[in-house]
Every structure is written in C-alpha cells, then in structure tokens.
Write a protein that binds this ligand. Structure first.
Ligand code: GTP
Ligand code: MG
Length: 273
C-alpha cells in the first residue's frame, strides 16, 4: 500500500490527451501547430497527406500534459484516411482562413463529419473546441470579421482566437487556453465546465444574426419568398423581432441585425399593395 501512494499521486498529476485539427485544405492547420511546436513558419504550401502525428509535453498548473496531436488533411480526397481519427479526442482545433468565406462556412460541415464518424458515441460536451480565425496578418484580403467568427464560436460554447501562424499572433495564447480548458474538463469528470458553455444567448439567435448579415436582399433577410404578401412579411418580421429584440437578445450584433430587419420590413411594405 505504501509503495502505491506516490505512484497514485504522480498519475494524478500527469495526463494524456488527444487533440485533432480540422478545417478546409490550406487554411493553415499544420502551420499553426508548427508555429507552436517548432516556433517557425513555412510559407510554402505542403499539403498534409492524410494525417500527420506529433506529440508534445506541456505544463498546466501542477500537471504535466502529454498531448498527442493528429493534424488532419483538409482535402476531401483524404476523407477515408482521416475518418479513423475522430474518436477519443479531448480537443479540436477548428481552423478557417479569414480571407476565404467558404472556409468559414465549411465549419458546420466539419462538425457534421466529426459527429457522423463518432457515431452514437458522439458526446460533443466532452470535447473542448477552439476556433482559430487564421491568417489575420493578411488584413487587406480579410472577408470574415471578428464579430461574425466570435459569434459562431461562442454561440456553440467554443473558444475563439484570432491567429496568424505567419507572425505568431495569438498562437501561444490560443494553445494555453486550449490545454488549460482540456485540463479543467478532465478535472471536471470529462464535462466541459458550464461557464464556458453558457454565453447568455442561443445558437438560434446567433445563427439568425449570421443569416441576416449574409442575406442578399430584404426578402431573403426576412426569410420570405419574393412577392410575399403583407401578412407573410409581417409574420416573418414579428418572429425575428421577438428573437432579436435588443432587450431580449445579448448576442453580439443583435442590435444591428434587429435594425436591419426593421428596415427590410419597411422597404418591403412600401412596395406591397
Ligand atoms: P492541408 O494540410 O491541405 O489541410 O492544409 P493546412 O490547413 O494544413 O494548411 P498549411 O498549414 O499547410 O498552410 C497552407 C498555406 O497557408 C501555406 O502556404 C502557409 O504558408 C500559409 N499560411 C498558413 N498560416 C498562415 C498565416 O497565418 N498567414 C499567412 N499569411 N499564411 C499562412
Ligand atoms: Mg496540413
């Protein structure tokens, strides 16, 4: 018994975790990991073939964490290779390129692929997700702003960081938060701590704000077909107004979205007899 005691204390202090990187090809997943582990940046694109594996040790408070990193290939061609690696992950780096909207829009399908591969075992509450809005150094070509990225992430209980593998901006802070959250989760019996999940607004509110921002015209914004009647416009307006009213909705961007909806309704009603 006596000889077991120190061993037990040691094993409580050390932890092994598995993390994976997800996101479209060329968004910078491998470069983010390289910047953190090797403190360098490679400008030339070397596509990950299937999967890259690496291991690093980090210290979080009094614990030593052995982190197994599975860096996935984003190209659809490698789906058959990467689908094996989703299971048993404690952390996911979800990466998009702030200069490519399609890489941001693709985050939902990456989550979908992950859920599908994890099957009925999928318990997304036992995984820490970090969203990396990458390539923020390329300011001139940026098309997805911070508000939009943060809203998507935080409405799902995910962390959000702005990063540049090229300059190193945000990389250490992001990994520290990532590993510290994974440690918190492991100490919390494998559940993401509640404070991180609760952000004061719903996913429906966040998704609606995002949809409104990206809508192509007033019909689209209200979610009605062109040529809809006054009643249809008013009904759609009332639904959105209840969801987004600034008195009720604290999601970032709700006030602008609410105003946009009011304006869309006014302009549509002007032209409907
Ligand atoms: P796959 O392995 O194909 O899924 O791509 P990936 O997401 O791992 O992309 P990778 O890290 O290989 O980077 C793709 C390209 O983007 C490379 O040419 C990198 O040099 C470049 N890149 C990555 N991160 C940044 C960044 O923060 N800023 C800039 N300017 N370029 C970056
Ligand atoms: Mg890669």
């Amino acid at each position: 018994m006596e000889t077991n005691a120190p061993k037990r204390r040691d094993s409580k202090k050390s932890l092994r975790v598995k993390v994976i990187s997800l996101g479209n090809a060329e968004v910078g997943k491998s470069c983010i990991i390289k910047r953190y582990c090797e403190k360098r940046f490679v400008p030339k694109y070397l596509a990950t073939i299937g999967i890259d594996y690496g291991v690093t040790k980090v210290q979080v408070r009094d614990r030593e964490i052995k982190v197994n990193i599975f860096d996935m290939a984003g190209h659809p061609f490698f789906y058959e290779v990467r689908n094996e690696f989703y299971k048993d992950s404690q952390g996911v780096l979800l990466v998009y390129d702030v200069g490519l909207r399609e890489s941001f829009d693709a985050l939902d399908s990456w989550l979908g692929e992950m859920k599908q591969e994890m099957g009925s075992q999928a318990n997304m509450d036992s995984i820490v997700f970090i969203v990396c809005a990458n390539k923020v150094d390329l300011t001139k070509r940026r098309v997805v702003d911070e508000g939009e990225g943060r809203l998507w992430a935080e409405s799902r209980g995910f962390h959000y960081f702005e990063t540049s593998a090229q300059s190193g901006e945000g990389i250490n802070e992001m990994f520290q938060a990532f590993f510290s959250s994974i440690t918190d989760m492991c100490e919390n019996g494998g559940k993401r701590p509640v404070s991180e999940v609760s952000v004061g607004f719903t996913k429906e509110q966040a998704d609606t704000i995002r949809r409104i921002r990206n809508s192509k015209d007033s019909w689209d914004m209200l979610g009605v077909k062109p040529g809809a009647t006054r009643e249809e416009v008013n009904k759609a307006y009332r639904k959105l107004a209840v969801l987004l009213h600034p008195d009720k909705c604290v999601a970032p961007g709700s006030e602008d979205a609410f105003k946009a909806v009011v304006n869309a309704r006014t302009s549509l009603l002007k032209n409907i007899k």
